[in-house]
Design a protein around this ligand. Structure first.
Ligand SMILES: NC(=O)c1ccc[n+]([C@@H]2O[C@H](COP(=O)([O-])OP(=O)(O)OC[C@H]3O[C@@H](n4cnc5c(N)ncnc54)[C@H](O)[C@@H]3O)[C@@H](O)[C@H]2O)c1
Length: 254
């Protein structure tokens, strides 16, 4: 028996990185999975690899109409929507003084408004059904600050605020809302990032700050997402689960 047998799951940002790893694990756990992303090439290839219980839907998370269309299509095709994973995200790395308002607007549109719009669209069928689980992907930058990460960090703190507050609004109505805060994963987002704005910092220097002295495999973070998506976490709502190799605990203690 799988942990997500018969569940219908929509993952934004599902074409690659953590979203793809989550899709893979959800399929193993018995779910039907829809990958929503702006990368149709990678998304369709992944859906084909994952088999008949996976499909791709074109979804720009900054577009409210696109969200409404995708959620309506999921419900029309599969009968319901049990799980939404708000995983789509982009990085923005720059010291605040050299950043621009346009940088902030861009990262906020995806990381913050995208999560807001996703929850708004998914909650309609979930509340009508009286059941559902939403997992929002925040970050270690959603619970602490790092130089060069102020814009990204602000959006990821906002994801925690949205998660906590919305969980209160829907807890008695059968829907749970939680966040996962990854530390460092070697996904395309990180591997393609221009770290030069941080000065003399490379990935090795960042890894050396992590108590476990390694980044996580996205599959390890996907385990936390699946736990919060599944009924195994039936009494957990409004929380944030750090999957960071002990990184944040060190910040708090340090
Ligand atoms: N990689 C890390 O170290 C790390 C750490 C903490 C948190 N996170 C968070 O994890 C989540 C996944 O990131 P990842 O590392 O897998 O990155 P990634 O770049 O590998 O994957 C992100 C996916 O989001 C999609 N996406 C971007 N903008 C979109 C939009 N407007 N609409 C729909 N899809 C869009 C991309 O096409 C991509 O498929 C993000 O929310 C990120 O902020 C990542």
């Amino acid at each position: 028996m799988g942990r997500l047998d018969d569940k219908v799951c929509l993952i934004s940002g599902g074409s690659r990185g953590l979203g793809a790893a989550t899709a893979e694990l959800m399929i193993k756990e018995g779910a039907t999975v829809v990958l929503g992303d702006i990368r149709p090439g990678e998304g369709k290839t992944l859906a084909d690899q994952l088999g008949e219980k996976a499909s791709f839907a074109e979804l720009d998370v900054t577009n409210e109409e696109a969200w409404n269309t995708v959620v309506a299509d999921v419900v029309a095709t599969h009968g319901r929507l049990d799980v939404l994973v708000n995983c789509a995200g982009i990085l923005s790395i720059a010291p605040l003084v050299t950043s621009t308002l346009a940088d902030f607007q861009k990262v906020t549109a995806v990381n913050q408004f995208g999560v807001y719009l996703g929850m708004k669209a998914a909650l309609a069928p979930m509340l009508a059904a009286g059941t559902g689980s939403i997992v929002n992907i925040s970050s270690i930058d959603g619970v602490s600050g790092m130089p060069g990460m102020s814009l990204y960090s602000a959006t990821k703190h906002a994801v925690i605020g949205l998660t906590r507050s919305v969980s209160q609004e829907v807890a008695a109505l059968g829907v749970r809302v939680n966040a996962v805060c990854p530390g460092l994963m070697p996904t395309p987002m990180v591997l393609e990032a221009d770290l030069s704005a941080l000065g003399d910092v490379d990935l090795g220097a960042i890894v050396s700050q992590i108590p476990m002295k390694r980044p996580s495999d996205p599959a390890e973070v996907a385990q936390a997402v699946v736990f919060l998506a599944s009924d195994d976490s039936s009494y957990i709502t409004g929380t944030e689960l750090l999957v960071d190799g002990g990184w944040h605990a060190g910040h708090v203690a340090g």
